[in-house]
Design a binder for this molecule. Structure first.
Ligand SMILES: NC(=O)c1ccc[n+]([C@@H]2O[C@H](COP(=O)([O-])OP(=O)(O)OC[C@H]3O[C@@H](n4cnc5c(N)ncnc54)[C@H](O)[C@@H]3O)[C@@H](O)[C@H]2O)c1
Ligand SMILES: [Fe+2]
Length: 400
């Protein structure tokens, strides 16, 4: 039996306040004309023109694709790829949330390898050429996509959020500057922050976790548990923003190498069919899925419980794991995360697609990494319970 683990990251990671200043230099050493893949929000914030000015100062020309909206589709990929070709760009810069970064990953790989992005799902087509150099600059904290070798693109023909994972999708450079996240509105801070927390937790409880990913996942959990609410309550709290950017990056590195599990497996179909932002759909599932999985990962959830409540050092692991689940529920409540019903999803429509969603979740492979591997029926039951899930029904720690 194989007894080794693999750990992949971008070649270069630059993080910390004003790391963005390094973007132009990194681009100049990799190409002569950059395609900046971003969106209109980033343009209105002035981020796009700033980076283009920096690029021109070091002699790098640029073209821009601003068509990304939340949850990228194969259509954005095709549009941006056509632009890359017609403008003869030889380096890709993604500037935005996970949606911009994921679009750029697909474009950078297809530019050198051809074909339809869906062909790369499940390793059906393996990329044989390196991608066009890709510099990923996240503005959310977040998806961690800047440090993962996965891209999530919706197939507009069958409404499946395709999880496509191959080493070639890893960006060459990740530039993680917390200053860019200050403009993130409350709802985006909440959704993306819970996404990062879900990455850290799922990487830590994954059946494919290993010592390299464990340390990053633990550090990420500690940073996110300690700072998410502060960043949400005061977006100008730079220490909290900085901790969230680092936590999100570490969580990305952890889950890219240890995989995500049931929460993400179940979350993608909700995103594809009901267009719930990724972080919110994770949050709507996270406490219920942890309750479902708890018995198979008591010791690991206990570590999480002790970040939420340091006084839990003295209690049993069962008790500390219970504190973890309760604390995640309370965090969702404090971040004003609704359940699926509260989001406005029609009950009849939801129930009519539960079977498809459960099948799509299983087909993604993520549920198979969960400490407790679910059947299709169990996933369907979980979807139903999450529809009306009561986040307020948490047990406040007896220790406080
Ligand atoms: N590839 C991966 O490893 C990976 C991991 C997790 C999630 N994802 C994917 O990432 C996507 C979600 O990305 P996301 O959660 O970062 O959200 P997003 O990229 O969809 O952005 C959400 C909204 O926030 C705005 N925004 C982003 N940063 C901002 C800022 N600093 N100031 C103001 N507004 C800002 C965007 O313009 C957008 O309107 C999903 O498609 C999800 O599936 C990918
Ligand atoms: Fe995620």
């Amino acid at each position: 039996m194989e007894n080794f683990s693999v750990f992949r990251t971008p070649q270069t990671i630059i993080y910390g306040r004003h790391a963005l200043n390094e973007a132009a230099k990194e681009s100049a050493s990799r190409g002569t004309k950059a395609l900046v893949i971003s969106d209109h929000v980033m343009e209105n914030l002035g981020y796009v023109s700033n980076i283009r000015n920096d690029l021109s100062k070091v002699g790098v020309e640029s073209a821009i694709y601003l068509g990304v909206k939340t949850e990228p589709t194969d259509i954005y990929v095709e549009e941006a790829l056509n632009l890359l070709k017609s403008e003869n760009c030889d380096v890709v810069i993604s500037l935005g949330g996970g949606s911009c970064i994921d679009t750029a990953k697909a474009v950078a790989v297809l530019a050198k390898n051809g074909g339809y992005i869906g062909d790369y799902m499940g390793g059906k087509t393996l990329a044989s050429q390196n991608s066009v150099p890709h510099i990923a600059i996240p503005t959310t904290a977040g998806t961690g996509s800047e440090a993962t070798d996965a891209t999530i693109i919706t197939n507009t023909k069958n409404d499946v959020k395709m999880m496509i994972k191959q080493p070639v999708f890893m960006p060459d450079v990740a530039i993680v500057d917390p200053m860019l996240t200050i403009s993130s509105p409350k709802s985006v801070t909440a959704a993306t922050g819970v996404d990062a927390l879900s990455h850290a937790i799922e990487a830590y409880i994954s059946r494919r976790a290993h010592p390299m990913t464990d340390k990053l996942a633990l550090s990420a959990m500690e940073l996110i548990v300690g700072n998410l609410l502060a960043a949400y309550e005061d977006g100008n709290n730079l220490e909290a923003r900085e901790a969230m950017s680092l936590g999100s990056l570490q969580a990305g590195m952890a889950f890219s190498n240890a995989s995500v599990c049931l929460v993400h497996g179940m979350s993608r179909p909700i995103g594809a069919l009901f267009h719930v932002p990724h972080g919110f759909s994770n949050a709507m599932l996270l406490p219920a899925v942890l309750e479902f999985s708890k018995a198979e990962c008591i010791d690991r959830l206990a570590d999480l419980g002790r970040y939420f409540d340091p006084q839990a050092e003295t209690v049993s692991n069962e008790e500390a794991a219970e504190i973890a689940v309760s604390s995640v529920k309370k965090l969702c409540l404090d971040l004003n995360i609704p359940n699926l019903k509260g989001w406005g999803i029609d009950q009849q429509r939801f129930e009519s697609v539960i079977s498809k969603m459960a099948e799509d979740a299983l087909a993604s492979g993520s549920p198979q990494n969960n400490p407790r591997i679910p059947s299709k029926e169990e996933i369907m039951k979980l979807y139903l319970s999450c529809y009306t899930y009561n986040f307020a029904n948490h047990r406040v720690s007896k220790l406080k």
